[in-house]
Unconditional design. Structure first.
Length: 176
């Protein structure tokens, strides 16, 4: 008789374990969704702050960005208020009101970067030539000095594993 009562109480406890397990898994799923959402929300802000802080080390010149907007549903990236300075860190070399790039993300699975739309709004570029030296010569030296070693052949296919496609009908440069 005792064993029958113990068996009934154990059956009654079993659904409580499943309810607890269901709630626990639901809480983990909700926390995971909140974590992923917060990373997606804050990623553009973190990228903007990182670029503004470390632009000189990344590009050889000071970079300033006012805002980065990223729409994950349409795969659209907007960089608002982009400023790329001269070597002296005070004179503007490139100034853009807005840079907008719209990608087709499924093409990335085919090793293809398909830019569906590319817009530059109000671009200003300051190019100066003194004798045979341009004001962007230091950029060429910055990017070629670290990437290649003298005497070694450069494999151009290794640098770009994707095919880049930009339809010219979707390329827009506006000056306002």
């Amino acid at each position: 008789m005792n064993s029958k009562i113990e068996h009934q109480t154990e059956i009654a406890k079993t659904p409580k374990k499943f309810v607890f397990l269901k709630r626990f898994l639901l809480m983990i799923f909700v926390l995971f969704i909140l974590l992923v959402s917060s990373v997606l929300i804050f990623a553009p802000r973190v990228a903007k702050n990182y670029i503004n802080k470390n632009g000189k080390e990344l590009t050889g010149r000071k970079v300033h960005i006012d805002e980065i907007k990223l729409n994950y549903f349409t795969s659209t990236l907007q960089v608002i208020g982009f400023q790329f300075f001269e070597y002296d860190d005070s004179t503007l070399f490139v100034d853009l009101d807005t840079l907008m790039v719209n990608l087709k993300p499924l093409k990335l699975l085919q090793d293809e970067i398909y830019i569906e739309q590319f817009q530059l709004i109000n671009p200003k570029v300051n190019v100066i030539q003194n004798d045979t030296v341009f004001n962007f010569t230091d950029l060429l030296e910055f990017y070629t000095s670290d990437s290649t070693v003298a005497g070694e052949p450069v494999d151009s296919a290794a640098g770009m594993p994707y095919i880049l496609v930009i339809p010219t009908s979707q390329l827009t440069i506006q000056s306002i």
